[in-house]
Design a protein around this ligand. Structure first.
Ligand code: ADP
Ligand code: MG
Length: 379
């Protein structure tokens, strides 16, 4: 164990998914980008082999011996506060992934601060995982690349926290570049950076957080995943990624209506991601509006994961001049995005706020986000 004290700051961003919803766990395509809201971690090594995590988010701290992480996760995770399972889970998953001798790595104090809104669909979870993974990878000298760190974050969230999520958020947070989206093939984990050019085109991306959280979102997510698995099994393929729009006629004959519509969402959404990448490259961001609109319609009608608040946000933004709009994230609440002219930020915001007030809904939180750089060491 090295006795040279190390201190530093690392950070990782939240993300918005431009298009490609519920395609990640079907081995498909997604197109997220990192945003300017970040979670930072200040790290200080310590000489007693223990790891302590604190956060401005919670008054509960947690401290364990690094050598006890393997016993803590996943079976005894209840012994630490829920939020601490994210960073401690990342530490655990890093040790598991590298097989490094726990006695050879220094203990650490990790202190988190963040301006990523929690639970608003902007992936504060990937931000805390990405910051932790980046910091420990450097200080523990593990040498993992960014894709491996994203996998570690995902494993921590799945197994140490127990949330059944795909890897999109972690990949976006680890790999994104400024002014660009990360086109991710969730099967191969290959990525391409795709220029967005919003600023150059005079566009803004508005996030409309409805603040709606539905109690059945976890159950709804599990149900949708099960339908997708069933659809793939009926079609005789490993994942819905393996069928295309041309296969939908046959799919309709082979399965019940609900399963078919779940399948149709995923298959058409995969195609929309490919079309969005192609359109961004050939025609620029002003040309992607219809694809965003079609994505929303598919989630509302086929995947049935929208809620009235999200539909109202999308419809109102569009009526007020948005180029395109869609709900983003897992559904059953959360946020919508709208691509709008820079000059329309105030008027679209006002129109949505008025529509929500008229409908008797809680005031939404509306703000712009800008495609930003992924995880990094700051100091
Ligand atoms: P999100 O859509 O924001 O990712 P999740 O439910 O996936 O929502 O993750 C939110 C959880 O992640 C929080 O409830 C908390 O446990 C943890 N978390 C996120 N950011 C922080 C932070 N800065 N400090 C402590 N815990 C955090
Ligand atoms: Mg999350």
């Amino acid at each position: 164990m090295t006795d040279t004290p190390t201190a530093g700051t690392w950070s990782a961003p939240g993300r918005v998914n431009l298009i490609g919803e519920h395609t990640d766990y079907n081995d498909g395509f997604v197109l997220p980008f990192a945003i300017e809201f970040r979670t930072a971690v200040a790290l200080q090594t310590r000489t007693d082999g223990r790891i302590r995590v604190t956060s401005s988010f919670s008054s509960d701290a947690a401290e364990v011996a690094v050598s006890d992480l393997a016993a803590l996760f996943p079976d005894r995770r209840d012994e630490v506060p829920e939020w601490a399972r994210y960073p401690l889970g990342v530490a655990w998953a890093l040790l598991e992934a590298t097989g490094v001798d726990v006695a050879s790595v220094p203990g650490v104090d990790l202190s988190f601060s963040s301006d990523v809104p929690v639970g608003a669909g902007l992936s504060s979870s990937a931000a805390i995982e990405g910051a932790t993974a980046s910091a420990l990878n450097d200080v523990w000298g593990l040498g993992l690349d960014r894709v491996s760190l994203a996998k570690v974050g995902c494993r921590a969230e799945n197994e140490a926290v127990g949330a059944p999520t795909g890897i999109m958020d972690q990949m976006a947070s680890m790999l994104s570049r400024a002014d660009a989206a990360t086109f991710l093939d969730c099967r191969s984990l290959q990525t391409e950076s795709v220029d967005l050019g919003f600023a150059g085109a005079g566009l803004e991306l508005l996030v409309i957080d409805t603040k709606v959280t539905h109690a059945h979102s976890t159950g709804g997510y599990r149900e949708r995943r099960a339908s997708c698995e069933q659809g793939a099994a009926i079609m005789g393929v490993p994942a819905l990624r393996d069928i295309t729009v041309d296969d939908l006629t046959r799919a309709r004959e082979l399965m019940d209506d609900v399963t078919f519509r779940r399948v149709r969402h995923v298959v058409t959404e995969n195609q929309r991601v490919l079309d969005t990448v192609e359109t961004l490259r050939s025609a620029g961001p002003r040309a992607i509006g219809q694809l965003l609109d079609a994505s929303h319609a598919s989630m509302r009608d086929d995947f049935e994961i929208s809620v009235p608040e999200l539909d109202l946000a999308v419809d109102t933004a569009r009526a007020a001049g948005a180029i395109g709009a869609r709900m983003t994230g897992g559904g059953f609440g959360g946020a919508a995005i709208a691509l709008i002219d820079h000059s329309l930020v105030a008027s679209v915001t006002a129109a949505v706020e008025r529509a929500f007030a008229d409908a008797g809904y809680a005031t939404p939180h509306i703000f712009t986000v800008h495609p930003s750089e992924g995880a990094r060491r700051d100091a």
